[in-house]
Ligand binder design. Structure first.
Ligand code: GLU
Length: 511
């Protein structure tokens, strides 16, 4: 690497929720920048006003913050290359589009929507069902290549709506050196004369991305593979604007695929298969529809980014659970896979479980407290402090704490009588009835004492403690799960233990 300061950018369009593919692009940008002591820039690409969604920009910023990969510069963090919203840079682009016209690499096009439609009709054929405005078609259209300069001047002076298009050369090769794919060669006959400046004076993405990457001194550009077909347009623009030696090095990232590997993972797949595809909950401001996010589903940001980093990259060591610092340290573009990576929600949950185990209990405490609150349970902090270490190993999602431990705070509404009823005997009813009295008379309430008493009494009644422990668990917890049962009894306290056994006996008898 030369000694230019590394500068990378994440350049989302504010059009809705942030797809995990987008977060991975941001993450790879971040890892690369931090590894090389560089800067990570957030640029909001909002030139397509028709697709602009209010709130989406703040949401993107919030997602990056939650993931722990905050940009160094962005609309919310002014830096030396602002503004960081393309709409605010609008006055800047026209001069470059005109410079391209002067150098013969772009032209004015005055075609109306109706004329464009009739062109499509005229050039449509079986082998070319949707003809594009390209080096063949442009000679038949109303543009500054076919009109005389007087006519062009007249149209411009008269304020005729027009766009500026790039003039793609005929039958030549454009070479791109991609950091992941190596050399990619595009034949320009496959590329159309993209609009650079729209009739409203806004640049299109193609012009804006090149001008901004140049002006923001971007050295490496990571983006999704879906942008690869646009790359020849960008390479040509870098060349035509005379900036070729400043062109960033490109890396087109492989897609994140559906779990079955068939095609790009979409929001619809998430809805269909019951897992999130967005980083955080996204509320569509028009429909108020809420799309679930990883955060609200109970993911820790450390796990989310760890899982994402390994969707398409690994360091070759076989180690999978890595912190942001470790990822930064080990990241290398050479090890990004060329092929798409299948998304696996079970694996994502495994990462989260590993991170729940590794995260210290004091850090988990406020998160779990909040989740209980969201579920209408005011969980006492002192009790939570004891519960978290007991159940964290059983939780894959933070929300699993509810299922795994809400019985500490509220008695189960229903218990799994079916698991004990078939083996229930009068003896067992007698045992528990007697045991309630023993419990009530215990001077100290402690797990070891409770357990000893229980075993002593089971022996005296000649019932195997194992046969009594499951019913006890079901009475206290509701089902066959949870930490050691005597610890549960000790934590929920004497009166709650006693009343749950009383209710449990009744439920079993009535079942
Ligand atoms: N605005 C483009 C997007 O929404 C960014 C493409 C790029 O990074 O060049 O994905």
């Amino acid at each position: 690497m030369n000694n230019k300061e590394v500068r990378v950018r994440f350049a989302p369009s504010p059009t809705g929720g942030l797809h995990l593919g987008g977060v991975r692009t941001a993450l790879y940008n971040y890892l690369f920048a931090k590894k090389h002591g560089g800067s990570f820039v957030l640029r909001i690409e909002d030139t397509d006003q028709g697709r602009y969604v209010p709130g989406a920009e703040q949401y993107i910023i919030d997602c990056l913050e939650w993931c722990g990969i905050s940009p160094d510069e962005g609309p919310h963090k002014p830096g030396p290359y602002g503004p960081y919203r393309q709409s605010e840079r609008k006055p800047n682009y026209r001069k470059f589009a005109e410079q391209l016209i002067e150098s013969g690499n772009a032209y004015y096009a005055f075609d109306t929507p109706a004329e464009l439609d009739s062109m499509r009709e005229q050039f449509k054929s079986e082998s070319n069902p949707s003809p594009q405005y390209n080096s063949i078609v442009r000679d038949h259209m109303k543009n500054s290549l076919t009109l005389s300069s007087e006519e062009v001047k007249k149209l411009l002076d008269g304020g005729t709506p027009h766009v500026i298009r790039i003039k793609i050369p005929t039958s030549s090769d454009v070479h791109l050196n991609d950091m992941i794919r190596g050399e990619v060669i595009f034949n320009t006959d496959q590329v159309d004369d993209k609009v650079l400046l729209k009739a409203d004076g806004m640049p299109t993405y193609h012009l804006a991305v090149v001008v901004d990457d140049y002006e923001m001194k971007i050295t490496h550009a990571f983006r999704g593979e879906e942008w690869l077909p646009s790359a020849p347009v960008h390479v040509l623009l870098w060349e035509y604007l005379g900036w070729k030696e400043n062109m960033p090095l490109w890396a087109h990232l492989p897609l994140i695929l559906k779990p079955d590997g068939k095609g790009k993972l979409s929001k619809r797949d998430g809805d269909r298969l019951g897992f999130p595809v967005f980083a955080m909950d996204w509320e569509d401001p028009k429909t108020n529809e809420i799309t679930k996010g990883f955060k609200e589903m109970g993911f820790l940001p450390e796990a989310f980014i760890n899982m994402l980093a390994l969707l398409g990259w690994n360091d070759g060591s076989g180690e999978e659970v890595l912190s942001l610092d470790e990822l930064t340290d080990r990241f290398s573009i050479e090890r990004i896979h060329k092929g798409g990576a299948k998304f696996d929600f079970e694996k994502a949950k495994w990462f989260n479980g590993e991170w729940i185990k590794r995260t210290n209990n004091d850090t988990l405490l406020p998160l779990i407290k909040q989740i209980f609150q969201n579920n209408g349970i005011d969980a006492e902090v002192k009790l939570l402090q004891q519960i978290i270490p007991m159940v964290k190993d059983r939780c894959h999602l933070l929300n699993d704490f509810i299922q795994q431990s809400s019985f500490f705070f509220i008695a189960p509404a229903e218990i799994d009588t079916a698991s004990v009823k078939p083996k229930w005997t009068e003896n067992k009813t007698a045992f528990f009835t007697k045991w309630i009295e023993v419990l009530q008379s215990l001077p100290d309430w402690d797990a070891v004492i409770i357990e000893n008493e229980f075993k002593k009494m089971a022996e005296a009644e000649q019932i195997k403690p194992g046969e009594l422990q499951l019913p006890l668990r079901i009475m206290l917890v509701g089902g066959k799960f949870g930490p050691p049962v005597f610890e549960i009894a000790s934590l929920i306290g004497k009166s709650s233990t006693v009343s749950r056994i009383q209710n449990g006996l009744q439920a079993i008898e009535q079942a």
